[in-house]
Write a new protein. Sequence first.
Length: 352
Amino acid sequence: MQTLIVGGGLSGLVLAERLEAQGRDYMLIEARPRFGGRIMTQHLEAGYFDMGPAWFWPGQPRIAALIDRFGLTKFDQFADGAQTFEDEHGNVQRGQGFSSMEGSWRLKGGLAALTDALANRLPDHSKQLNAPVVKLDMSGDQCIATTAKGEQIHADQAILAVPPRVAAEIAFSPALSAEATQTMKGIATWMAGQAKAVALYDKPFWRKQGLSGDAMSRKGPMVEIHDASPHEGGPYALFGFIGVPPQGRADEQLLRQHLHAQLTRLFGPEAAEPQKLYLKDWAIDPYTATEADKAPLYAHPTYDLPKAMSNLWNGKLHFAGTEVAPVFGGYIEGALEAAENVLHSLNAQNLG
C-alpha cells in the first residue's frame, strides 16, 4: 500500500478524498468510533449543534471551495440584539454592546455535514474506525503501523493527521530524534483544553427580549456565550465556552448545576430548564488532548511545520492537521491548508 493516513479528522479526510480522486492507494484509520476528529455535531430533531469548532470566516478560500463543491449551505451567526454582561459578583447588565461574533459563518447541518460528506466518498475498504495506532516502525522502505488491537498495516509512507502532542505518544522505531520529539510535545493542541456546553430550548426566548444570546461572564462557569440555534427552526440553543480549568470541572453533576444557575441569571427563568444540556470536555478526550494540554492557553499559538518535524524517516513520515498550518493554524481552514501542503509533497514525490 502506498500511503497510510493516521487520523480521520478534517485533514485526514480531505487527504484521503484527494488520493481517492487521484486513484492512489491509501488507507485512512481513525482511533475513534466516528470520523470528524474535533469536528463533532450533536443532532436533536431537526437541530444540529457543534460541540467542537462551529465557525469559519470570509477570507478562508479552502473551506469556502469545499462547501461549494459539496453543495452545502453556510449562514450568518445570529447577532441581532444586545449583549449581556455578568460581573464577578453575579450582577447582570444588558445592552453592553453587540455580538462579538457578528460576521462569522456557520454550516447548515453542522460542520459534521462536511466531514460526513468527505467520509462518504471513501470506499469501505480504504477507511477504518476504532483503530488507534500505538506503534510505527520503519523497516527498510516500509512503514508498519500497529493498532491497539495488534493489527498491522503496511505502507510506503505515513501521514500523521493528528495533533503533534498526540502523535508524540506513538512508539516510533527507529526512535525519532530528541529534538523532533520535544518539538512535537511543545506544540499546544488547538482547543484541546476547552469544554463546551450547549443548552437546547423549544423557543428562542432571548431573541424576544431583544438579546442576541451573546453574553460575557466573570462569574462562570461559562465565560463566553452565543446563540447556537439552527439556520431555521428549532430546537433553539445557547452555547458557552467553559472557563473553569479542566481540574475544576471534573464533577459533571456539580458543573451542570452551576450551568443551570448561570443560564438563569443571564437569561431569566425561561433558561432554567433546558430541553437538553450537552457537554463536551475536550481536555479528557484522549485522541485530542494530553496532560500538557490541560494548561490554559492565553493567546492563539503561532503554528507552522517546524524544521525538526520535517523530512523524518527520509521523507516517509509526514504531519498534517491544523497545528502545522503556517497561515491558518488553529482554524478549520488550517486543517485544509495542512492537508494541501502534504498533498503537494506527495505529488512531488510521485513526479520524482
